[in-house]
Design a protein around this ligand. Structure first.
Ligand SMILES: Cc1ncc(COP(=O)(O)O)c(C=O)c1O
Length: 463
Protein backbone atom coordinates (compact mmCIF):
# COMPACT_ATOMS: atom_id res chain seq x y z
CA UNK A 1 0.00 0.00 0.00
CA UNK A 2 1.32 3.44 -0.86
CA UNK A 3 1.35 6.21 1.69
CA UNK A 4 -1.52 8.67 1.37
CA UNK A 5 -0.93 11.92 3.23
CA UNK A 6 -4.62 12.84 2.88
CA UNK A 7 -5.58 9.50 4.45
CA UNK A 8 -3.03 9.93 7.21
CA UNK A 9 -4.38 13.38 8.08
CA UNK A 10 -7.95 12.05 8.06
CA UNK A 11 -7.11 9.07 10.30
CA UNK A 12 -5.24 11.18 12.85
CA UNK A 13 -7.34 14.33 12.69
CA UNK A 14 -7.25 16.19 15.99
CA UNK A 15 -4.12 14.48 17.35
CA UNK A 16 -1.92 17.57 16.78
CA UNK A 17 -1.69 18.63 20.39
CA UNK A 18 -1.31 15.19 21.95
CA UNK A 19 1.46 14.26 19.49
CA UNK A 20 3.31 17.48 20.16
CA UNK A 21 2.86 17.06 23.88
CA UNK A 22 4.42 13.62 23.66
CA UNK A 23 7.19 14.11 21.11
CA UNK A 24 7.84 17.79 20.44
CA UNK A 25 7.89 20.99 22.46
CA UNK A 26 5.26 20.39 25.13
CA UNK A 27 5.72 23.91 26.53
CA UNK A 28 4.38 25.28 23.25
CA UNK A 29 1.28 23.12 23.72
CA UNK A 30 0.88 24.50 27.25
CA UNK A 31 1.16 28.08 26.01
CA UNK A 32 -1.43 27.56 23.26
CA UNK A 33 -3.86 25.86 25.64
CA UNK A 34 -3.39 28.52 28.32
CA UNK A 35 -4.17 31.41 26.01
CA UNK A 36 -6.88 29.57 24.07
CA UNK A 37 -5.03 29.35 20.75
CA UNK A 38 -5.38 25.56 20.56
CA UNK A 39 -7.47 25.51 17.38
CA UNK A 40 -7.37 22.80 14.76
CA UNK A 41 -6.87 24.46 11.41
CA UNK A 42 -7.90 22.35 8.47
CA UNK A 43 -7.10 24.48 5.45
CA UNK A 44 -5.74 27.85 4.40
CA UNK A 45 -5.99 30.21 1.49
CA UNK A 46 -4.69 33.73 0.91
CA UNK A 47 -4.71 35.67 4.18
CA UNK A 48 -7.10 33.21 5.83
CA UNK A 49 -6.91 30.09 7.98
CA UNK A 50 -9.96 27.86 8.46
CA UNK A 51 -10.86 25.48 11.27
CA UNK A 52 -12.94 22.28 11.15
CA UNK A 53 -16.20 24.27 11.42
CA UNK A 54 -15.08 26.39 8.49
CA UNK A 55 -14.59 29.44 10.69
CA UNK A 56 -12.38 31.93 8.92
CA UNK A 57 -9.41 33.53 10.67
CA UNK A 58 -7.49 36.55 9.39
CA UNK A 59 -3.78 35.87 9.70
CA UNK A 60 -1.84 39.01 10.64
CA UNK A 61 1.14 36.92 11.67
CA UNK A 62 1.84 35.40 8.22
CA UNK A 63 3.94 32.60 9.73
CA UNK A 64 6.33 35.30 11.07
CA UNK A 65 6.37 36.95 7.67
CA UNK A 66 6.75 34.09 5.21
CA UNK A 67 3.27 34.36 3.67
CA UNK A 68 3.65 37.67 1.86
CA UNK A 69 1.62 36.19 -1.02
CA UNK A 70 -0.93 34.70 1.34
CA UNK A 71 -1.10 30.94 1.83
CA UNK A 72 -1.15 28.33 -0.91
CA UNK A 73 -0.77 30.76 -3.77
CA UNK A 74 -1.79 28.96 -7.00
CA UNK A 75 1.12 30.34 -9.08
CA UNK A 76 3.72 28.99 -6.66
CA UNK A 77 1.83 25.69 -6.37
CA UNK A 78 1.87 25.32 -10.15
CA UNK A 79 5.61 26.03 -10.28
CA UNK A 80 6.27 23.41 -7.60
CA UNK A 81 4.07 20.79 -9.28
CA UNK A 82 5.92 21.43 -12.54
CA UNK A 83 9.29 20.85 -10.88
CA UNK A 84 8.03 17.52 -9.53
CA UNK A 85 6.51 16.50 -12.85
CA UNK A 86 9.72 17.27 -14.76
CA UNK A 87 11.84 14.80 -12.75
CA UNK A 88 14.67 17.32 -12.80
CA UNK A 89 18.17 16.41 -11.70
CA UNK A 90 18.41 18.17 -8.32
CA UNK A 91 21.37 18.69 -5.96
CA UNK A 92 23.86 17.02 -8.27
CA UNK A 93 26.45 19.03 -6.33
CA UNK A 94 29.25 18.45 -8.83
CA UNK A 95 27.24 20.62 -11.20
CA UNK A 96 25.63 24.05 -11.30
CA UNK A 97 21.85 24.17 -11.70
CA UNK A 98 19.87 26.31 -14.11
CA UNK A 99 17.05 27.37 -11.77
CA UNK A 100 19.44 28.80 -9.15
CA UNK A 101 21.19 30.72 -11.93
CA UNK A 102 17.88 32.11 -13.14
CA UNK A 103 16.74 33.13 -9.66
CA UNK A 104 20.11 34.79 -9.01
CA UNK A 105 19.83 36.65 -12.32
CA UNK A 106 16.35 37.87 -11.41
CA UNK A 107 17.35 38.92 -7.89
CA UNK A 108 20.43 40.79 -9.09
CA UNK A 109 18.17 42.87 -11.34
CA UNK A 110 15.96 43.66 -8.36
CA UNK A 111 18.61 44.51 -5.73
CA UNK A 112 20.63 47.75 -5.47
CA UNK A 113 23.20 48.11 -8.27
CA UNK A 114 26.44 47.15 -6.45
CA UNK A 115 24.98 43.74 -5.52
CA UNK A 116 25.71 41.44 -8.44
CA UNK A 117 26.34 38.09 -6.74
CA UNK A 118 24.11 35.68 -4.83
CA UNK A 119 24.67 33.01 -2.23
CA UNK A 120 21.70 30.73 -1.49
CA UNK A 121 20.98 28.93 1.77
CA UNK A 122 18.00 27.50 3.65
CA UNK A 123 16.88 30.05 6.24
CA UNK A 124 17.30 33.55 7.55
CA UNK A 125 19.74 32.48 10.24
CA UNK A 126 21.87 30.70 7.64
CA UNK A 127 22.02 33.91 5.62
CA UNK A 128 23.22 35.72 8.75
CA UNK A 129 25.84 33.04 9.45
CA UNK A 130 27.09 33.40 5.87
CA UNK A 131 27.26 37.19 6.21
CA UNK A 132 29.34 36.91 9.39
CA UNK A 133 31.80 34.53 7.75
CA UNK A 134 31.98 36.45 4.48
CA UNK A 135 32.54 39.76 6.29
CA UNK A 136 35.32 38.32 8.42
CA UNK A 137 37.09 36.73 5.48
CA UNK A 138 36.68 39.73 3.18
CA UNK A 139 37.98 42.31 5.67
CA UNK A 140 40.39 40.15 7.66
CA UNK A 141 38.76 41.64 10.77
CA UNK A 142 36.76 39.76 13.39
CA UNK A 143 34.47 42.24 15.12
CA UNK A 144 30.77 42.39 14.22
CA UNK A 145 28.53 45.24 15.33
CA UNK A 146 24.81 44.83 15.79
CA UNK A 147 22.01 46.84 17.39
CA UNK A 148 20.34 46.59 20.75
CA UNK A 149 16.96 44.82 20.37
CA UNK A 150 18.13 43.25 17.12
CA UNK A 151 16.86 39.87 15.98
CA UNK A 152 18.90 38.03 13.35
CA UNK A 153 17.99 34.40 14.13
CA UNK A 154 18.77 31.80 16.75
CA UNK A 155 21.75 29.77 15.52
CA UNK A 156 24.98 30.35 17.46
CA UNK A 157 26.46 33.10 15.25
CA UNK A 158 23.14 34.87 14.79
CA UNK A 159 22.46 34.54 18.52
CA UNK A 160 25.66 36.44 19.24
CA UNK A 161 24.00 39.33 17.38
CA UNK A 162 20.73 39.07 19.28
CA UNK A 163 19.76 42.15 21.23
CA UNK A 164 17.52 40.43 23.80
CA UNK A 165 18.95 38.68 26.83
CA UNK A 166 16.11 36.16 27.06
CA UNK A 167 17.23 34.46 23.84
CA UNK A 168 20.91 34.36 24.81
CA UNK A 169 20.70 33.33 28.47
CA UNK A 170 22.36 30.00 29.22
CA UNK A 171 23.59 29.32 25.67
CA UNK A 172 27.00 30.97 26.08
CA UNK A 173 29.78 31.41 25.48
CA UNK A 174 28.66 32.94 22.20
CA UNK A 175 30.77 34.08 19.27
CA UNK A 176 33.45 36.52 20.51
CA UNK A 177 33.98 40.05 19.17
CA UNK A 178 30.29 40.87 18.70
CA UNK A 179 29.21 44.18 20.20
CA UNK A 180 25.85 45.90 20.49
CA UNK A 181 25.27 49.59 19.87
CA UNK A 182 21.98 51.48 20.18
CA UNK A 183 19.81 51.54 17.05
CA UNK A 184 19.48 54.98 15.47
CA UNK A 185 22.67 56.26 17.13
CA UNK A 186 25.22 57.37 14.52
CA UNK A 187 27.60 58.73 17.18
CA UNK A 188 27.83 55.31 18.85
CA UNK A 189 28.35 53.66 15.48
CA UNK A 190 31.15 56.00 14.46
CA UNK A 191 32.85 55.62 17.80
CA UNK A 192 32.75 51.84 17.46
CA UNK A 193 34.01 51.92 13.87
CA UNK A 194 36.94 54.23 14.54
CA UNK A 195 39.26 51.47 15.74
CA UNK A 196 39.03 49.95 12.24
CA UNK A 197 38.60 46.45 13.70
CA UNK A 198 34.99 45.95 12.60
CA UNK A 199 34.27 43.53 9.78
CA UNK A 200 30.56 44.31 9.47
CA UNK A 201 27.69 46.27 10.88
CA UNK A 202 24.55 44.14 10.56
CA UNK A 203 21.26 45.98 10.88
CA UNK A 204 17.56 45.43 10.23
CA UNK A 205 16.28 48.48 8.30
CA UNK A 206 13.20 48.29 10.53
CA UNK A 207 13.73 46.30 13.71
CA UNK A 208 11.26 43.45 13.96
CA UNK A 209 11.25 43.39 17.76
CA UNK A 210 9.23 46.49 18.60
CA UNK A 211 8.90 47.61 14.96
CA UNK A 212 11.52 50.32 15.47
CA UNK A 213 11.82 52.61 12.48
CA UNK A 214 15.10 54.29 11.57
CA UNK A 215 15.51 58.06 11.61
CA UNK A 216 15.40 59.32 8.03
CA UNK A 217 19.15 59.80 7.69
CA UNK A 218 20.23 56.84 9.84
CA UNK A 219 20.76 53.99 7.38
CA UNK A 220 22.36 55.94 4.52
CA UNK A 221 24.67 57.71 6.95
CA UNK A 222 25.49 54.43 8.73
CA UNK A 223 26.46 52.87 5.38
CA UNK A 224 28.63 55.90 4.58
CA UNK A 225 30.38 55.66 7.97
CA UNK A 226 30.95 51.92 7.50
CA UNK A 227 32.58 52.54 4.14
CA UNK A 228 34.74 55.30 5.55
CA UNK A 229 36.19 52.90 8.13
CA UNK A 230 36.50 49.83 5.89
CA UNK A 231 33.51 48.03 7.44
CA UNK A 232 30.89 46.16 5.41
CA UNK A 233 27.30 47.36 5.76
CA UNK A 234 24.88 44.41 5.91
CA UNK A 235 21.14 45.02 5.58
CA UNK A 236 19.10 42.23 7.15
CA UNK A 237 15.93 42.36 5.02
CA UNK A 238 14.81 38.91 6.13
CA UNK A 239 11.61 40.30 7.65
CA UNK A 240 11.25 43.76 6.09
CA UNK A 241 12.24 42.80 2.55
CA UNK A 242 10.34 41.44 -0.45
CA UNK A 243 7.57 44.00 -0.39
CA UNK A 244 6.63 44.01 3.29
CA UNK A 245 7.16 47.78 3.66
CA UNK A 246 5.64 48.80 0.32
CA UNK A 247 8.94 48.70 -1.57
CA UNK A 248 10.75 45.53 -2.58
CA UNK A 249 13.54 46.28 -0.10
CA UNK A 250 13.04 48.43 2.99
CA UNK A 251 16.37 50.19 2.38
CA UNK A 252 14.91 51.65 -0.82
CA UNK A 253 12.91 54.05 1.36
CA UNK A 254 16.19 55.63 2.39
CA UNK A 255 18.41 55.15 -0.71
CA UNK A 256 20.95 52.86 0.92
CA UNK A 257 23.53 50.75 -0.92
CA UNK A 258 24.67 47.88 1.28
CA UNK A 259 27.60 45.49 0.74
CA UNK A 260 25.33 42.57 1.57
CA UNK A 261 21.55 42.23 1.64
CA UNK A 262 20.02 39.26 3.45
CA UNK A 263 16.68 37.76 2.49
CA UNK A 264 14.70 34.62 3.40
CA UNK A 265 11.15 34.18 4.78
CA UNK A 266 8.84 35.35 1.93
CA UNK A 267 11.23 34.39 -0.87
CA UNK A 268 9.70 30.98 -1.55
CA UNK A 269 6.08 31.95 -0.96
CA UNK A 270 6.13 30.14 2.37
CA UNK A 271 6.47 26.68 0.81
CA UNK A 272 10.16 25.76 0.94
CA UNK A 273 12.81 26.92 3.42
CA UNK A 274 15.14 29.32 1.63
CA UNK A 275 17.53 32.17 2.28
CA UNK A 276 19.96 34.25 0.29
CA UNK A 277 22.77 36.76 0.59
CA UNK A 278 23.03 39.29 -2.22
CA UNK A 279 26.51 40.81 -2.21
CA UNK A 280 29.03 42.81 -4.16
CA UNK A 281 31.42 40.97 -6.49
CA UNK A 282 34.18 42.16 -4.16
CA UNK A 283 32.84 40.05 -1.26
CA UNK A 284 32.09 36.99 -3.40
CA UNK A 285 35.47 37.10 -5.13
CA UNK A 286 37.34 37.45 -1.84
CA UNK A 287 35.64 34.48 -0.15
CA UNK A 288 35.62 32.16 -3.14
CA UNK A 289 39.08 33.22 -4.35
CA UNK A 290 40.68 29.94 -5.40
CA UNK A 291 39.56 26.64 -6.86
CA UNK A 292 40.44 24.76 -3.68
CA UNK A 293 38.09 27.15 -1.81
CA UNK A 294 35.12 26.64 -4.16
CA UNK A 295 33.21 24.78 -1.42
CA UNK A 296 34.54 26.74 1.55
CA UNK A 297 31.00 27.76 2.51
CA UNK A 298 27.72 26.15 1.53
CA UNK A 299 24.93 23.89 2.64
CA UNK A 300 23.72 20.60 1.15
CA UNK A 301 20.14 21.60 0.38
CA UNK A 302 20.84 25.15 -0.76
CA UNK A 303 19.81 25.98 -4.34
CA UNK A 304 17.41 23.01 -4.42
CA UNK A 305 15.05 23.20 -7.38
CA UNK A 306 11.84 23.47 -5.34
CA UNK A 307 13.10 26.51 -3.42
CA UNK A 308 14.48 28.15 -6.56
CA UNK A 309 11.29 27.57 -8.57
CA UNK A 310 9.17 28.87 -5.69
CA UNK A 311 11.43 31.93 -5.52
CA UNK A 312 10.99 32.66 -9.23
CA UNK A 313 7.21 32.25 -8.92
CA UNK A 314 7.07 34.45 -5.82
CA UNK A 315 8.90 37.32 -7.51
CA UNK A 316 6.54 37.02 -10.47
CA UNK A 317 3.46 37.17 -8.23
CA UNK A 318 4.77 40.21 -6.34
CA UNK A 319 5.05 42.02 -9.66
CA UNK A 320 1.95 40.66 -11.41
CA UNK A 321 -0.37 41.36 -8.49
CA UNK A 322 1.12 44.79 -7.72
CA UNK A 323 1.75 43.70 -4.17
CA UNK A 324 4.15 46.56 -3.42
CA UNK A 325 1.41 49.08 -4.17
CA UNK A 326 -1.16 47.10 -2.20
CA UNK A 327 1.16 46.85 0.81
CA UNK A 328 1.87 50.58 0.73
CA UNK A 329 -1.79 51.54 0.27
CA UNK A 330 -3.30 49.11 2.77
CA UNK A 331 -0.60 49.86 5.32
CA UNK A 332 -1.04 53.61 5.12
CA UNK A 333 -4.83 53.33 5.36
CA UNK A 334 -4.65 50.86 8.26
CA UNK A 335 -2.30 53.07 10.27
CA UNK A 336 -4.47 56.12 9.67
CA UNK A 337 -7.74 54.32 10.52
CA UNK A 338 -6.22 52.82 13.67
CA UNK A 339 -4.83 56.19 14.69
CA UNK A 340 -8.35 57.60 14.54
CA UNK A 341 -9.21 55.17 17.38
CA UNK A 342 -6.42 56.54 19.57
CA UNK A 343 -8.45 59.71 20.16
CA UNK A 344 -11.15 57.64 21.89
CA UNK A 345 -9.12 55.15 23.92
CA UNK A 346 -6.72 56.13 26.70
CA UNK A 347 -4.73 52.91 26.62
CA UNK A 348 -4.04 53.16 22.89
CA UNK A 349 -1.21 55.52 21.97
CA UNK A 350 -1.48 55.00 18.23
CA UNK A 351 -0.29 52.97 15.24
CA UNK A 352 2.86 53.39 13.15
CA UNK A 353 4.82 51.47 10.57
CA UNK A 354 5.86 51.20 6.96
CA UNK A 355 3.66 49.37 4.50
CA UNK A 356 2.34 46.23 6.17
CA UNK A 357 4.84 46.13 9.03
CA UNK A 358 2.69 47.81 11.63
CA UNK A 359 2.99 48.47 15.36
CA UNK A 360 0.23 49.41 17.80
CA UNK A 361 1.53 51.13 20.95
CA UNK A 362 -0.19 50.88 24.30
CA UNK A 363 0.62 52.87 27.41
CA UNK A 364 -0.45 54.21 30.76
CA UNK A 365 -3.93 55.76 30.77
CA UNK A 366 -4.79 59.07 32.45
CA UNK A 367 -7.91 58.28 34.50
CA UNK A 368 -7.40 56.87 37.99
CA UNK A 369 -9.45 53.66 37.68
CA UNK A 370 -7.75 52.63 34.45
CA UNK A 371 -4.34 53.59 35.81
CA UNK A 372 -4.79 51.25 38.79
CA UNK A 373 -5.72 48.37 36.49
CA UNK A 374 -2.72 49.12 34.21
CA UNK A 375 -0.32 49.22 37.16
CA UNK A 376 -1.55 45.82 38.36
CA UNK A 377 -0.67 44.23 35.03
CA UNK A 378 2.63 46.07 34.62
CA UNK A 379 3.75 45.01 38.09
CA UNK A 380 3.05 41.36 37.30
CA UNK A 381 4.94 41.54 34.00
CA UNK A 382 5.80 44.39 31.69
CA UNK A 383 4.04 43.97 28.38
CA UNK A 384 1.05 41.96 29.64
CA UNK A 385 -1.43 44.54 28.39
CA UNK A 386 -0.50 43.80 24.80
CA UNK A 387 -1.28 40.10 25.39
CA UNK A 388 -4.62 41.20 26.79
CA UNK A 389 -5.26 42.77 23.39
CA UNK A 390 -4.07 39.92 21.16
CA UNK A 391 -6.02 37.20 22.99
CA UNK A 392 -9.54 38.67 22.53
CA UNK A 393 -8.55 39.81 19.05
CA UNK A 394 -8.04 36.13 18.32
CA UNK A 395 -10.76 34.50 20.40
CA UNK A 396 -13.60 36.94 19.69
CA UNK A 397 -12.61 38.35 16.31
CA UNK A 398 -10.56 35.50 14.80
CA UNK A 399 -7.58 37.68 14.04
CA UNK A 400 -4.17 36.15 14.61
CA UNK A 401 -1.50 38.67 15.67
CA UNK A 402 1.50 38.83 17.97
CA UNK A 403 3.08 40.86 20.72
CA UNK A 404 6.04 42.69 19.13
CA UNK A 405 8.65 41.45 21.62
CA UNK A 406 9.36 40.58 25.23
CA UNK A 407 8.40 43.11 27.89
CA UNK A 408 6.86 45.69 25.60
CA UNK A 409 3.33 46.96 25.18
CA UNK A 410 3.43 46.85 21.41
CA UNK A 411 1.30 44.62 19.19
CA UNK A 412 2.63 43.84 15.73
CA UNK A 413 0.68 43.20 12.53
CA UNK A 414 2.47 41.50 9.61
CA UNK A 415 -0.43 40.74 7.26
CA UNK A 416 0.02 39.01 3.93
CA UNK A 417 0.56 41.66 1.26
CA UNK A 418 -2.65 40.53 -0.47
CA UNK A 419 -5.11 41.82 2.15
CA UNK A 420 -8.14 43.66 0.83
CA UNK A 421 -10.17 46.68 1.95
CA UNK A 422 -12.63 44.37 3.69
CA UNK A 423 -9.83 42.61 5.60
CA UNK A 424 -8.60 46.01 6.74
CA UNK A 425 -12.12 46.96 7.84
CA UNK A 426 -12.28 43.67 9.80
CA UNK A 427 -9.08 44.62 11.66
CA UNK A 428 -10.15 48.18 12.47
CA UNK A 429 -13.62 47.11 13.62
CA UNK A 430 -12.17 44.36 15.80
CA UNK A 431 -9.58 46.67 17.35
CA UNK A 432 -12.31 49.20 18.08
CA UNK A 433 -14.31 46.57 19.96
CA UNK A 434 -11.31 45.12 21.81
CA UNK A 435 -10.20 48.59 22.89
CA UNK A 436 -13.70 49.44 24.03
CA UNK A 437 -13.73 46.27 26.16
CA UNK A 438 -10.27 47.08 27.58
CA UNK A 439 -11.65 50.34 28.89
CA UNK A 440 -14.40 48.55 30.84
CA UNK A 441 -12.92 47.98 34.28
CA UNK A 442 -14.02 45.63 35.77
CA UNK A 443 -14.98 43.56 32.74
CA UNK A 444 -14.36 40.29 30.92
CA UNK A 445 -11.05 41.42 29.45
CA UNK A 446 -9.78 42.38 32.87
CA UNK A 447 -10.74 38.95 34.22
CA UNK A 448 -8.39 37.65 31.54
CA UNK A 449 -5.85 40.27 32.64
CA UNK A 450 -5.99 38.95 36.20
CA UNK A 451 -5.45 35.38 34.96
CA UNK A 452 -2.46 36.50 32.87
CA UNK A 453 -1.04 38.41 35.84
CA UNK A 454 -1.45 35.27 38.00
CA UNK A 455 0.45 33.15 35.47
CA UNK A 456 3.18 35.79 35.19
CA UNK A 457 3.64 35.97 38.98
CA UNK A 458 3.85 32.17 39.18
CA UNK A 459 6.41 32.05 36.36
CA UNK A 460 8.50 34.75 38.07
CA UNK A 461 8.49 32.80 41.34
CA UNK A 462 9.60 29.56 39.70
CA UNK A 463 12.33 31.27 37.60
C1 LIG B 1 15.30 40.24 10.70
C2 LIG B 1 15.46 38.76 10.85
N1 LIG B 1 16.65 38.18 10.61
C3 LIG B 1 16.83 36.86 10.71
C4 LIG B 1 15.80 36.02 11.09
C5 LIG B 1 16.02 34.54 11.20
O1 LIG B 1 15.36 33.88 10.18
P1 LIG B 1 15.03 32.32 10.32
O2 LIG B 1 13.99 32.19 11.37
O3 LIG B 1 14.58 31.92 8.95
O4 LIG B 1 16.31 31.66 10.71
C6 LIG B 1 14.55 36.57 11.37
C7 LIG B 1 13.44 35.72 11.81
O5 LIG B 1 12.46 36.14 12.35
C8 LIG B 1 14.37 37.98 11.24
O6 LIG B 1 13.20 38.54 11.49
Amino acid sequence: MTLSIAQLIETHRGENFSLHERHLNSQMVRVLRTIGYDRLYTHAEGPYLYDGENNRYLDLLSGFGVFALGRNHPTVKTALKEVLELDLPDLVQMDVSLLSGLLADKLVKLTPAPLTKLFFCNSGAEAVEAAIKFARYTTGRSRILYCEHAFHGLTMGALALNGEEIFRQGFGPLLPDCDAIPFNDLGALEQALQTRETAAFIVEPIQGKGVNLPADDYLAEAARLCHRYGTLFVADEIQAGLGRTGKLWAIEHWGVEPDMLLMAKALSGGFIPVGAVAMTAHVMDKVFNRMDRAVVHGSTFSKNNMAMAAGLATLEVIEAENLLDNAARQGEAMVSELNALAERYEFFKGARGKGLMIALDFGKPTSLKLKTAWNLLETANKGLFSQMVTIPLFKRHRILSQVAGHGMNVVKFLPPLVISDSDRAWVVRAMDEVLEDCHKVPGAIWDLGKTLAGHAMKAKKSA
